[in-house]
Structure formats: structure tokens, C-alpha cells
Design a protein around this ligand. Structure first.
Ligand SMILES: [Zn+2]
Length: 188
């Protein structure tokens, strides 16, 4: 936030560039598989650290963005949200400063979103921890919460992670390859 306030134009330009990159790519087979999984599981929650909205573009509905997203801007004073493509500098509600709706280093996670993710982790039967190093807290707490509350926890990652010793099962490979196989097996 200090960097943004010092040089908002530079930060906004960088986010506009990142948005343009995201707009030019498509969801991968892993995103698509998770959207399919949601259609065959009765209660499904996707908590993501991704900020690119590719899960939603792939069709996922119940998504909790624990680190926010790059596609919206948020008023730094009142929290009003706007499509970042509009590139509004000032809030339409209160005139406050519009900023990317992402969680920056040193900032708190959105409290209600993280609370919902924690509830989902504590109440689920199966928890998949996918493509994360499991080192960034507090998001990295979620698989531990799930395990402590009785879920079967499966890690999907090409490499060992901090969570590997706690996982009930580890599927080694990129999520874009492993997830379609898992979903395919569940659907047939
Ligand atoms: Zn505002």
C-alpha cells in the first residue's frame, strides 16, 4: 500500500498489464476439471489464492478468493467494487482512492471470505490441496484445519510440499494433468 500511495500510476499500469495478460489466456484443463467436479459433488467450495478469475471463467461457481482478484478495483475507503477495466481512479460512492482488489504484502485477508473458507475446510469430507507450496499463511492453514476436523486430505502437486507429511495421499504431477484424471475417474 505504501508503494501504491507513492506512485499509484506505476502500480496501476503494472496491474493493467497483468490484466491484459490474463485476458489473453484461457483456463487450463485443471480449471475445467474443477468446474466439472463442482457439478458432481453435492457441496463443493473452491478456496483459491489465485487472483486471475480463471476458475470462474472455466465455470466454477462457489469460489472464495482468499487473496482477492485482479479483475476488480476496490475503494480503499468504503470498499466499493468496480470492474478494473473501467480504470476509475476515484470511488463513485465516496470519492476515495480506487486500488486493485488484491491482498498486498502485509495486508489482512478479507475476513468474511477467509472465515467461509475455514468453515468449509472444517466441515468437508475430502479436501484437495492443489498446486500450492503450502507455505503462505494463513491460507496454508486450511488443509491442516481440514485434517484436524476429520477430512481425508489429498495433495496434488508435482513436488513435495510443507504439507506432504500430513497428507493422507499425494498425487504427484501438475494439476492440469492430474485433476482431469481424477474427475474422469469419478464421473465414469
Ligand atoms: Zn468509496
Amino acid at each position: 500500500m505504501d508503494g501504491f500511495l507513492k506512485n499509484p500510476d506505476r502500480v496501476r499500469d503494472w496491474y493493467a498489464y497483468r490484466r491484459a495478460v490474463i485476458d489473453s489466456v484461457e483456463p487450463n484443463p485443471g480449471h475445467v476439471a474443477l468446474a466439472q467436479l463442482e457439478t458432481i459433488i453435492e457441496t463443493f467450495t473452491l478456496a483459491t489464492q489465485n487472483v486471475d478469475r480463471l476458475h470462474q471463467r472455466a465455470g466454477s461457481k462457489n469460489v472464495l478468493e482468499v487473496h482477492g482478484n485482479l479483475i476488480e478495483n476496490r475503494c480503499n475507503s468504503c470498499g466499493w467494487l468496480d470492474d478494473a477495466h473501467h480504470e476509475r481512479l476515484d470511488c463513485a460512492q465516496c470519492g476515495g482512492v480506487m486500488r486493485p482488489n488484491v491482498v498486498w504484502f502485509g495486508e489482512m485477508l478479507p475476513e468474511d471470505v477467509f472465515a467461509q473458507a475455514t468453515d468449509a475446510a472444517r466441515s468437508c469430507d475430502v479436501f484437495l490441496t492443489i498446486g500450492t507450496s503450502a507455505e503462505v499463511y494463513p491460507a496454508a492453514m486450511l488443509p491442516h484445519e481440514a485434517r484436524n476436523f476429520g477430512a481425508f486430505v489429498v495433495e496434488i502437486n508435482p513436488n513435495e510440499t510443507e504439507f506432504t507429511p500430513y497428507a493422507h495421499a499425494s498425487l504427484r504431477g501438475p494439476s492440469g494433468e492430474v485433476l482431469p484424471e481424477v474427475v474422469n475417474a469419478l464421473m465414469h
